[in-house]
Design a protein around this ligand. Structure first.
Ligand code: GNR
Ligand code: NI
Length: 171
Protein backbone atom coordinates (compact mmCIF):
# COMPACT_ATOMS: atom_id res chain seq x y z
CA UNK A 1 0.00 0.00 0.00
CA UNK A 2 1.16 3.50 -0.80
CA UNK A 3 0.40 6.95 0.54
CA UNK A 4 -0.20 9.23 -2.49
CA UNK A 5 0.32 13.00 -2.60
CA UNK A 6 -2.90 15.02 -2.32
CA UNK A 7 -4.00 17.46 -5.03
CA UNK A 8 -4.53 20.91 -3.45
CA UNK A 9 -6.67 23.92 -4.46
CA UNK A 10 -6.41 25.70 -6.98
CA UNK A 11 -5.11 22.73 -9.03
CA UNK A 12 -7.52 22.47 -12.02
CA UNK A 13 -7.38 18.67 -11.71
CA UNK A 14 -9.93 19.07 -8.88
CA UNK A 15 -12.41 20.49 -11.45
CA UNK A 16 -12.25 17.44 -13.73
CA UNK A 17 -15.33 15.26 -14.02
CA UNK A 18 -14.32 11.70 -13.14
CA UNK A 19 -15.15 8.81 -15.52
CA UNK A 20 -17.14 5.70 -14.59
CA UNK A 21 -15.23 2.56 -13.66
CA UNK A 22 -15.77 -0.25 -16.15
CA UNK A 23 -14.20 -3.19 -14.33
CA UNK A 24 -13.66 -3.95 -10.65
CA UNK A 25 -10.39 -5.91 -10.71
CA UNK A 26 -7.24 -6.37 -8.61
CA UNK A 27 -5.75 -3.07 -9.86
CA UNK A 28 -8.84 -1.21 -8.70
CA UNK A 29 -8.77 -2.96 -5.31
CA UNK A 30 -5.13 -1.87 -4.96
CA UNK A 31 -6.17 1.69 -5.77
CA UNK A 32 -8.88 1.55 -3.07
CA UNK A 33 -6.25 0.34 -0.56
CA UNK A 34 -3.93 3.23 -1.52
CA UNK A 35 -6.81 5.69 -1.16
CA UNK A 36 -7.67 4.35 2.31
CA UNK A 37 -4.04 4.50 3.42
CA UNK A 38 -3.72 8.07 2.08
CA UNK A 39 -6.96 9.06 3.88
CA UNK A 40 -5.86 7.50 7.21
CA UNK A 41 -2.46 9.19 6.96
CA UNK A 42 -3.93 12.67 6.29
CA UNK A 43 -6.06 12.04 8.43
CA UNK A 44 -9.54 12.44 6.93
CA UNK A 45 -12.92 10.69 6.98
CA UNK A 46 -13.31 10.48 3.19
CA UNK A 47 -11.31 10.66 -0.03
CA UNK A 48 -12.25 10.75 -3.72
CA UNK A 49 -9.84 9.31 -6.33
CA UNK A 50 -9.49 12.72 -8.02
CA UNK A 51 -7.83 14.01 -4.82
CA UNK A 52 -4.85 11.80 -5.69
CA UNK A 53 -5.10 12.79 -9.36
CA UNK A 54 -7.11 9.81 -10.66
CA UNK A 55 -10.26 10.90 -12.53
CA UNK A 56 -12.29 7.73 -11.82
CA UNK A 57 -15.63 7.53 -10.02
CA UNK A 58 -14.51 5.98 -6.77
CA UNK A 59 -14.39 7.16 -3.16
CA UNK A 60 -13.56 5.79 0.27
CA UNK A 61 -14.99 6.71 3.68
CA UNK A 62 -14.24 5.66 7.26
CA UNK A 63 -16.25 7.30 10.04
CA UNK A 64 -14.80 5.20 12.89
CA UNK A 65 -13.37 7.17 15.80
CA UNK A 66 -9.81 7.05 17.06
CA UNK A 67 -9.27 3.92 19.12
CA UNK A 68 -12.24 2.10 17.54
CA UNK A 69 -11.92 -0.68 14.96
CA UNK A 70 -11.57 0.70 11.44
CA UNK A 71 -14.67 0.68 9.21
CA UNK A 72 -13.34 1.19 5.66
CA UNK A 73 -16.06 1.73 3.04
CA UNK A 74 -15.40 1.70 -0.73
CA UNK A 75 -17.96 3.19 -3.15
CA UNK A 76 -17.51 2.60 -6.89
CA UNK A 77 -19.67 4.51 -9.44
CA UNK A 78 -21.85 5.92 -6.63
CA UNK A 79 -25.12 7.62 -7.60
CA UNK A 80 -27.53 9.55 -5.41
CA UNK A 81 -30.93 8.05 -6.26
CA UNK A 82 -32.94 10.10 -3.76
CA UNK A 83 -32.43 13.03 -1.38
CA UNK A 84 -34.59 14.17 1.53
CA UNK A 85 -36.28 17.56 1.55
CA UNK A 86 -35.08 18.18 5.08
CA UNK A 87 -31.58 19.62 5.33
CA UNK A 88 -28.79 19.52 7.82
CA UNK A 89 -25.80 21.75 8.37
CA UNK A 90 -22.27 20.47 9.07
CA UNK A 91 -18.97 22.23 9.44
CA UNK A 92 -17.05 20.75 6.48
CA UNK A 93 -13.40 20.59 5.64
CA UNK A 94 -11.52 19.09 2.68
CA UNK A 95 -8.10 17.48 2.43
CA UNK A 96 -7.64 19.43 -0.83
CA UNK A 97 -8.31 22.75 1.00
CA UNK A 98 -6.24 22.23 4.18
CA UNK A 99 -7.15 24.09 7.39
CA UNK A 100 -10.25 25.79 5.98
CA UNK A 101 -13.68 24.96 7.45
CA UNK A 102 -17.17 26.29 6.73
CA UNK A 103 -20.78 25.33 7.37
CA UNK A 104 -22.56 23.70 4.44
CA UNK A 105 -26.26 22.88 4.18
CA UNK A 106 -27.19 19.69 2.31
CA UNK A 107 -30.04 17.15 2.22
CA UNK A 108 -30.09 15.38 5.61
CA UNK A 109 -30.68 11.91 4.06
CA UNK A 110 -29.62 10.39 0.76
CA UNK A 111 -29.99 6.98 -0.83
CA UNK A 112 -26.86 6.00 -2.75
CA UNK A 113 -26.50 3.15 -5.23
CA UNK A 114 -22.94 1.90 -5.85
CA UNK A 115 -20.65 -1.07 -6.43
CA UNK A 116 -18.65 -2.35 -3.47
CA UNK A 117 -14.98 -3.41 -3.46
CA UNK A 118 -16.01 -6.80 -4.89
CA UNK A 119 -17.99 -5.18 -7.72
CA UNK A 120 -21.34 -6.15 -6.18
CA UNK A 121 -24.30 -3.76 -6.49
CA UNK A 122 -25.26 -2.18 -3.18
CA UNK A 123 -27.49 0.57 -1.91
CA UNK A 124 -27.32 2.53 1.35
CA UNK A 125 -29.76 4.91 3.04
CA UNK A 126 -27.48 7.37 4.79
CA UNK A 127 -28.16 10.11 7.29
CA UNK A 128 -26.02 12.14 9.69
CA UNK A 129 -22.32 12.49 8.93
CA UNK A 130 -22.36 9.60 6.40
CA UNK A 131 -24.97 11.45 4.30
CA UNK A 132 -22.91 14.64 4.36
CA UNK A 133 -19.65 12.85 3.62
CA UNK A 134 -21.13 10.87 0.70
CA UNK A 135 -22.46 14.09 -0.84
CA UNK A 136 -19.10 15.86 -0.32
CA UNK A 137 -17.24 12.97 -2.01
CA UNK A 138 -19.74 12.53 -4.87
CA UNK A 139 -19.38 16.28 -5.51
CA UNK A 140 -15.63 15.67 -6.01
CA UNK A 141 -16.43 13.11 -8.75
CA UNK A 142 -18.26 15.93 -10.55
CA UNK A 143 -15.50 18.52 -10.06
CA UNK A 144 -17.45 20.25 -7.29
CA UNK A 145 -15.87 21.41 -4.00
CA UNK A 146 -17.60 22.26 -0.70
CA UNK A 147 -16.59 25.91 -1.17
CA UNK A 148 -18.97 25.95 -4.16
CA UNK A 149 -21.80 25.72 -1.58
CA UNK A 150 -20.74 28.78 0.48
CA UNK A 151 -21.06 32.48 -0.31
CA UNK A 152 -19.24 33.81 -3.37
CA UNK A 153 -17.32 36.29 -1.23
CA UNK A 154 -16.00 33.57 1.11
CA UNK A 155 -15.22 31.26 -1.83
CA UNK A 156 -13.26 33.94 -3.69
CA UNK A 157 -11.28 34.74 -0.52
CA UNK A 158 -10.31 31.07 -0.03
CA UNK A 159 -9.34 30.61 -3.69
CA UNK A 160 -7.26 33.80 -3.61
CA UNK A 161 -5.42 32.68 -0.46
CA UNK A 162 -4.64 29.21 -1.88
CA UNK A 163 -3.62 30.67 -5.26
CA UNK A 164 -1.11 32.97 -3.54
CA UNK A 165 0.21 30.11 -1.42
CA UNK A 166 0.66 27.85 -4.48
CA UNK A 167 2.61 30.59 -6.31
CA UNK A 168 4.97 31.18 -3.39
CA UNK A 169 5.64 27.42 -3.22
CA UNK A 170 6.19 26.91 -6.97
CA UNK A 171 9.78 26.27 -8.08
O1 GNR B 1 -11.87 14.64 6.29
C1 GNR B 1 -12.89 15.20 5.89
N1 GNR B 1 -13.80 15.67 6.79
C2 GNR B 1 -15.06 16.11 6.45
C3 GNR B 1 -15.80 16.78 7.42
C4 GNR B 1 -17.08 17.23 7.13
C5 GNR B 1 -17.63 16.99 5.89
C6 GNR B 1 -16.89 16.35 4.91
C7 GNR B 1 -15.63 15.90 5.19
S1 GNR B 1 -14.74 15.05 3.97
C8 GNR B 1 -13.09 15.42 4.44
C9 GNR B 1 -12.09 14.64 3.59
C10 GNR B 1 -12.21 15.09 2.15
O2 GNR B 1 -11.74 16.11 1.72
N2 GNR B 1 -12.87 14.33 1.34
O3 GNR B 1 -13.03 14.68 0.06
NI1 NI C 1 -12.95 16.86 0.03
Amino acid sequence: MTIKPLIILPDPVLRQVSKPIERVDADLQRLSDDMLETMYDAPGIGLAAIQIGIARRMLVIDLSKEGEDKQPLVFINPEIVSSSDDRSVYEEGCLSIPDYYAEVERPAKVTVKYLDREGKEQSVEADGLLATCLQHEIDHLNGVLFIDHISRLKREMVIKKFTKASKSKAL
